[in-house]
Design a protein around this ligand. Structure first.
Ligand code: CA
Length: 443
């Protein structure tokens, strides 16, 4: 199969932004992820930019100055907006035009390098905002390892429900509480009930957890009543990010039946600021994870040659934790787990096609999250519920502190990287959040 690779994937290409050539950087010339930022102290008016090494190139300013070659008026107009929604609506061709223009500007020896003068902002002087105005947010459950580990806690003999291998399980989340990386997360207050207690109590969650997930930003939408064939799904997937689906397990346990997650999950969902585009990810497509012998094949509308051959993404995800004591002592965050996104049971294309399969309209800037990404091993479990076995096997931090679930002041950092022989490795940047103490609200 010929993949649509072009000169922007050339591993030997270097940038005149020297930090972009540093080995191991998340943002080399071959990545060029899109996001929205503002200069610190300049108010919260977002500007679209692209990350390059330790800098951000202000695409909004370049579009205003008509200094991005070959993008056309429609894309230039979209780049002057305060969110990526308009560019997302233009689908993959719009993102590709921006990628090519940024690549031409930023590569070593560029004849148009002077256009960037005054439009590079050190990332440390910028604040990253949400990349898009999120109309709807849907969370899935696409890791069979996560579904099995969690299911086993409640149904030891029958961990997976009978629908799991046939239908991508998901629920509609809350868009209004999707927040940018770096935003503090208040410990939620809610109802919990101990098994032996006669009635529930209201108070701060005592089982606050993270969930390490991959998010897909919807680009081109589909009209209400129309569907998205799986062969076209990747044209609707604008790009990927990292997602921390903060979860209050004690609230969840009491409220989740019969309609699923509600207040246990809608108090904050953190996303990484940079959208890694489909074109940047193209070299890192991997075959869809083969199903174990005896499992059903996906139903025809969820199956296709392209999805089988290259429906997965070879992303390695990592979860780090740093307590307040570690931070005060200058200790680096501790890596808790690492898992591969390549062996999910359902691909992003399957999730999107299934979502639109009843005619549900997806819109530019909608966010689809994969569900907790876990692997078969203990070191690959993407949330504390699994990693500490519901708190029965606590973790020990370098300070000697113990963790069953998150404490106030704990900082959770998600990272993701793609590596492949012959290609420049790319990363997602960080998805970061600190747990803040619960606040009893008046009334
Ligand atoms: Ca989740």
């Amino acid at each position: 199969m010929t993949r649509p690779l072009d000169e922007t994937h050339d591993a030997s290409a270097r940038s005149w932004v020297t930090s972009a050539n540093r080995p191991g950087t998340d943002f080399p010339l071959q990545n060029l992820p899109l996001g929205v930022f503002c200069r610190r102290g300049s108010g919260n008016i977002g500007r679209i930019g692209v990350a390059i090494g330790d800098e951000i190139l202000d695409l909004c300013a370049l579009a205003e100055a008509d200094a991005l070659g070959g993008i056309g008026p429609e894309v230039a107009g979209a780049l002057r907006a305060a969110t990526l929604n308009e560019l997302m609506a233009l689908g993959r061709p719009g993102a590709r035009a921006v990628r090519r223009a940024a690549f031409a500007l930023l590569r070593e020896g560029s004849a148009v390098r002077s256009h960037a003068a005054g439009h590079l902002v050190p990332a440390v002087e910028a604040e990253c905002l949400l990349p898009a105005s999120v109309g709807d947010y849907t969370d899935f459950y696409a890791s069979i390892h996560h579904a099995t580990n969690v299911g086993r806690m409640f149904r030891p003999d029958n961990p997976l429900l009978p629908n799991y291998k046939w239908v991508p399980i998901g629920y509609h989340g809350r868009a209004s509480s999707v927040i940018a990386s770096g935003t503090g997360v208040l410990r939620p207050i809610g109802q919990t009930k101990e098994d032996a207690a006669p009635a529930p109590a209201v108070g701060p969650s005592r089982s606050l957890d993270y969930e390490c997930e991959v998010g897909a930003w919807v680009g081109k939408g589909n009209l209400l009543g129309s569907t998205v064939p799986i062969a076209e799904a990747r044209d609707h997937l604008f790009g990927l990010c990292l997602v921390n689906d903060w979860s209050a397990r004690d609230l969840q346990r009491w409220e989740y039946q019969p309609l699923g997650p509600f207040l246990a999950k809608n108090f904050g969902t953190t996303v990484s600021p940079w959208v890694v585009t489909q074109d940047a990810l193209e070299p890192f497509r991997v075959p869809r994870s083969p199903r174990p012998e005896g499992d059903p094949e996906p139903l025809p509308y969820l199956d296709g040659r392209e999805d089988r051959v290259s429906g997965g993404y070879g992303i390695t995800l990592e979860v780090y934790l740093r307590s307040a004591v570690m931070r005060d002592g200058g200790l680096a965050p501790m890596r808790l787990t690492s898992a591969g996104f390549g062996d999910m049971y359902w691909t992003m294309a399957q999730l999107l096609t299934h979502h639109a399969g009843n005619g549900c309209n997806l819109r530019p800037g909608d966010l689809l999250a994969s569900g907790t990404v876990s692997g078969a091993e203990k070191s690959e479990r993407g949330c504390l519920l699994e990693l500490t076995a519901r708190g029965t096997e606590p973790l020990t931090l370098p300070t000697g502190e113990s963790r069953r679930f998150l404490e106030d002041g704990d900082e959770v950092i998600l990272r993701g990287r793609c590596e492949r022989e012959g290609f420049a490795g790319i990363g997602f940047g960080e998805c970061r959040g600190i747990v803040l103490p619960a606040q009893m609200l008046p009334g």
